[in-house]
Design a protein around this ligand. Structure first.
Ligand code: FEO
Length: 397
């Protein structure tokens, strides 16, 4: 296992997780990486560790450059286990002089490992000299945990950005210019939609803070995916755009179906949306997962949800995806609900209620049908689609 040099003094010493497909409920079809970085100052520094299962991989990469015992400082930018899982073993083996965390990191890491790791805190704006360069720390609370921070290597102008600007994408090609834009754009967007979205206002403030501090990184080195060296401004600009959450003329219809009735309604609604001139994406929860829905919704302006009734509840798969989307707090959506039932349509009102709780502007009462929709019901579905389309087009000029 070899380290990969990313600048004169800095090496990537992380791990590639080719096989992970579920990252606490986020579908990671292309795997991920856990990035750790070795900075060869007069006092060598290890920035972040990896998931505990990848400890040996990280240590082998470090050994390919220096003796790990010469590392003076370990920095933990974020206490989530994919970056801190290997920290206790690393501290025990390396025996660094200092282990730096944010003030909230002190609480989190202590609560996770319940042992004395000789932690010291660094606050917003603190600087640490590593001999031939300086690390400046910037707290980034709630991006995406309360303890999150980033650090900037002054002379080499490298921003170690923690989870920010990353993506779940396992790749042996460690730099932006070595990866296919078609793929990384989707994965970066998916990562934002599933991890960062609820904190969009904080993203906007964070981008402003970076600008105000006059930082202009040559390289952005996140904790997942590849490193931005060719054009780091590209991902910064994308974050600015995504954080603004400006809706486009796009609707997402999400549904599940038992015997095909709700599917017929979804198709008719989608036809109406398209007739009205708005782009529509139809997603059945039999065939796609909640992370894919969240990704499609990132630039959408309308969310339409449909379900059958099962045991006096709307379908469990719809409860799952709605619970997930509610947590992501997407703004500026209009929406409506629909569904088919056998003998009790009341549970379908819960779909609309959930949309309301998500802050979606409801533009029509729940459209329901008993058993199989006849032509008049499908006609109403098409009309609902046209109404959604026109309302959205009016809002998004
Ligand atoms: Fe990649 Fe929040 O851990």
């Amino acid at each position: 296992m070899q380290a990969i040099q990313i600048s004169e003094k800095v090496y990537w010493v992380g791990a590639i997780d080719w096989n992970i497909r579920d990252f606490h409920g986020y579908s990671t079809h292309r795997g991920t990486t856990y990035n750790a970085y070795l900075v060869l100052g007069d006092k060598p520094v290890l920035i972040d560790t990896v998931k505990k299962e990848f400890y040996e991989e990280m240590m082998a990469r470090i050994r390919s450059v220096i003796d790990p015992a010469t590392i003076h400082i370990i920095v933990s930018l974020h206490s989530e286990m994919d970056h801190s899982g290997a920290l206790p073993r690393a501290v025990a083996e390396i025996k660094p002089e200092e282990v730096y965390v944010s003030p909230m990191g002190m609480k989190h890491i202590t609560a996770q490992f319940h042992r004395d790791l000789k932690l010291k805190t660094v606050k917003n704006g603190d600087e640490i000299s590593i001999g031939n360069d300086t690390l400046t720390f910037i707290e980034a609370r709630m991006l995406h945990w309360p303890d999150s921070m980033v650090t900037y290597l002054e002379k080499e102008r490298i921003l170690f950005s923690n989870d920010i600007f990353g993506m779940h994408y396992a790749t042996s090609q460690l730099f932006d210019d070595e990866n296919e834009e078609r793929i990384w754009k989707y994965e970066a967007e998916k990562y934002y939609a599933n991890i960062i979205l609820p904190y969009s206002d904080i993203v906007t403030r964070f981008l402003g803070q970076i600008k105000q501090m006059g930082l202009s990184p040559n390289i952005i080195a996140p904790d997942h995916g590849f490193i931005w060296r060719k054009d780091p401004t590209k991902i910064v600009e994308l974050y600015g755009k995504w954080a603004a959450q400006r809706p486009t003329r796009k609707a997402v219809v999400v549904y599940d179906t038992m015997w095909g009735s709700t599917a017929k309604m979804a198709t008719a609604i989608a036809d109406g949306i398209r007739e009205g001139g708005v782009t529509v994406k139809v997603m059945c929860m039999h065939g796609c997962d909640r992370s894919a829905v969240a990704t499609e919704l990132l630039d959408a302006g309308a969310l339409v949800v449909g379900s059958p009734v099962l045991n006096s509840q709307f379908f469990p798969s719809m409860a799952d995806v709605l619970c997930y989307l509610k947590g992501l707090r997407k703004k500026h959506l209009i929406g409506a609900a629909f569904g088919s039932y056998g003998w009790n349509g009341a549970p379908l009102d819960g779909l609309s209620k959930t949309l309301e709780e998500m802050g979606v502007e409801i533009i029509s009462p729940v459209l329901k049908t008993s058993f199989v929709p006849e032509e008049s019901v499908l006609s109403s579905c098409r009309e609902l689609g046209v109404t959604i389309s026109k309302t959205l087009a009016e809002k998004v000029k």
